[in-house]
Write a protein that binds this ligand. Structure first.
Ligand code: PEP
Ligand code: MN
Length: 272
């Protein structure tokens, strides 16, 4: 085995075949396209229930929603906390969807894993090494978001922490990086999708919502991500984006846009 990089377990040199993570029958990785949809933040039982219904009806497989939100400012809405985990688990169960939610600290890993099927590490915590080490001690799948100023090498080394701890169920998420461009919130690095797949066997998920910060760019960048070979998408969708509790309403699709996009993606995925 040729190992020239600082990471090993995350490398395709070490593990030539694609990792496929099977979560209750939903396969993530390989030739499958998984769609995760939902609000930036869980707001109320009614909100998450209705959005879950719409994600399921559109053909999505995973319900996304933050109960703990990593906000830039301390006075902004911080998420509804553990109550949100319970609301989301209930909505996922009722509508037959897997769930994904963000965990920010090692102390909350166990309770988040009790309620959610996939744990998300946010861009701001990609190098929170204590959190990564803790996630290595469980088997719950982890969606690791790329730090907004991190290289592929740093990203894969962060994944390595989780793998080295003994958790093989890691997916990588390109969610945009900080560049000089200010029209978009971040610059979605499309090349990261094939590059990470060449360097690593782990599934690569694209986040065109945070990757652009603009609703009107989510559809084209979702399609571009699938054309580039993404194993899945994580997309913000809200029934009332203008009144959502985080600023991410501006990048959230309306339910009909989400449903139309999923129909088109199905056709596109068949070609890739
Ligand atoms: C989110 O998914 O709502 C989120 C906070 O993402 P990121 O960590 O990529 O900013
Ligand atoms: Mn968000």
């Amino acid at each position: 085995i040729k190992i020239s990089k600082s990471y090993k377990l995350a490398s395709r040199d070490f593990h030539p075949d694609d990792t496929v993570i099977d979560i209750k029958g939903v396969k993530i990785g390989g030739n499958n396209l998984v769609v995760m949809g939902g609000p930036c933040a869980v707001e109320s039982p009614e909100q998450i229930d209705e959005i879950a219904r719409l994600v399921k009806a559109a053909g999505g497989q995973v319900l996304r929603g933050g109960a703990f939100k990593p906000r830039t400012g301390p006075y902004s809405f911080q998420g509804v906390g553990v109550e949100g985990l319970i609301m989301m688990a209930e909505a996922g169960r009722k509508h037959g969807l897997l769930t994904i939610t963000e965990v920010m600290t090692p102390e909350y890993v166990d309770i988040c894993a009790e309620y959610a099927d996939i744990l998300q590490v946010g861009t701001r915590n990609m190098q929170n090494f204590d959190l990564l080490r803790k996630l290595g001690t469980i088997k719950t799948p982890v969606l690791l978001k790329r730090g907004f100023s991190s290289t592929y090498d740093e990203f894969l080394n962060a994944a390595e922490y989780i793998l080295a701890g003994g958790n093989p169920n890691v997916m990588l998420c390109e969610r945009g990086i900080r560049t000089f461009e200010s029209y978009t919130r971040n610059t979605l690095d499309l090349a990261a999708i094939p590059a990470l797949q060449q360097l690593s066997h782990l599934p690569v998920i694209s986040d065109p919502s945070h990757g652009t910060g603009r609703r009107e760019l989510v559809e084209p960048m979702s399609k571009a991500s699938v054309a580039a070979g993404a194993n899945g998408l994580i997309i913000e969708m809200h029934t009332d984006p203008d009144n959502s509790m985080t600023g991410d309403g501006v990048q959230s699709l309306f339910p009909d846009q989400f449903a139309n996009l999923l129909k088109e993606l199905e056709q596109l995925a068949a070609l890739v």
